[in-house]
Write a protein that binds this ligand. Structure first.
Ligand SMILES: *Cc1c(COP(=O)(O)O)cnc(C)c1O
Length: 339
């Protein structure tokens, strides 16, 4: 009996981190101002840093990735227009219909086992101007890494092919880059290369990077200016949030390269779970079991918390607060539980 008495190993999500002592010090020491007036120097520094990393003109600090996705995507797609995306995309499944509720856009989806870009399917779905009955396609959205497909990285060649297609047909590309840092660390592809292949992006500091809050819209100066207006309209204008931006700057400085440790821990857990570690590219492992809810409950009694993504799908996510020892302990439990 390993788990019940020790601290549980929480693999439900990489949002479950607590700010480190050094991050808390950076937050306490942050210079602040009223950001609605554009006077918070730490927020501005974070926005400039993230824009530069992704190779874009500007960025906008937002409370959540969902808000950043809504703001970014609405710069490309208007009311009654559509975006194409993969069927398990976070924008389609996990934002409570925000894009329909706020922007009034619609979505059509393709399905790819690894959550990637299926260019043939995109070409097939694509309908920019089919006359008076058909919804007009304005953008294609990609998710890199892809959360529900298991932290998969979109191959660069696929992204380049999609860029060529989008340029040839005058549509935009939105990147849900909540975990673009993981893709960068896993492949060595520069963040600016990923950024350069899309028109707008949303990136999160609150996942593997370990900040308590924070996401950014990244794009052209125009797209970000428009997003700033809509952020305020949605009630997302924030004041002395340099204390939060400081956590993000600290995370970008200290917590990007270490994502490689999370990836190694995920492969270790995959092996214990009889999942081919070669297919585990970053910090997420997804597996089919007989009954996901029962599996989650059984793991919890052994001190390992994982989450159900569906009736038979279980997900685990490694992060900053999961040590090598935690991963080894969890691996022991996962290897022993009936599936
Ligand atoms: C977590 C996540 C988001 C944003 O989530 P919030 O909880 O709104 O910050 C967006 N996309 C993906 C792929 C995510 O995993």
């Amino acid at each position: 009996m390993t788990g019940a008495t020790a601290r549980p190993v929480d693999l439900r999500s990489d949002t479950l981190t607590s700010p480190t002592p050094a991050m808390r010090r950076a937050m306490a020491d942050a210079e602040v101002g009223d950001d609605v007036y554009g006077e918070d120097p730490t927020v501005r520094a974070l926005e400039e840093r993230v824009a530069a990393l992704l190779g874009h003109e500007a960025a906008l600090f937002c409370p959540t990735g969902s808000m950043a996705n809504v703001l970014a995507l609405r710069t490309l797609v208007g009311v009654g227009e559509e975006v194409l995306c993969e069927s398990r995309a976070h924008i389609a499944r996990a934002e409570l219909g925000a894009h329909a509720a706020y922007t009034g856009l619609t979505m059509r989806t393709w399905s790819d086992p690894r959550g990637g870009v299926d260019l043939a399917a995109v070409e097939d779905l694509f309908a920019p101007d089919l006359g008076p009955f058909f919804v007009a396609t304005r953008a294609v959205a990609i998710e890199n890494t892809h959360n529900f497909a298991g932290g998969t990285v979109a191959p660069l060649a696929d992204l380049e092919a999609l860029r060529s297609f989008a340029d040839a047909h005058g549509v935009g590309i939105h990147l849900d880059g909540a975990r673009i840092w993981n893709a960068h660390v896993a492949t060595g592809v520069p963040l600016a290369t990923y950024g350069g292949l899309v028109d707008v992006a949303a990136v999160c500091l609150s996942k593997g990077l370990g900040a308590p809050i924070g996401s950014l819209v990244v794009g052209s100066a125009d797209a970000v200016a428009e997003s700033r207006v809509w952020r305020k309209r949605m009630g997302g204008g924030m004041r002395q949030v340099g204390v939060l931006a400081a956590a993000g700057l600290h995370a970008l400085e200290h917590h990007v390269e270490r994502l490689a440790d999370d990836h190694a821990h995920a492969r270790l857990l995959a092996e214990a779970w009889d999942v081919d570690p070669a297919g585990v590219e970053t910090n997420i492992v997804v597996r089919e079991v007989g009954d996901a809810a029962a599996y989650v409950a059984a793991a919890a009694t052994e001190g390992v918390r994982v989450s159900a993504l569906g009736r038979t799908t279980v997900r685990l996510v490694t992060h900053l607060d999961v040590t090598r020892g935690d991963a080894e302990r969890a691996a022991g439990v996962l290897a022993s539980l009936p599936r």
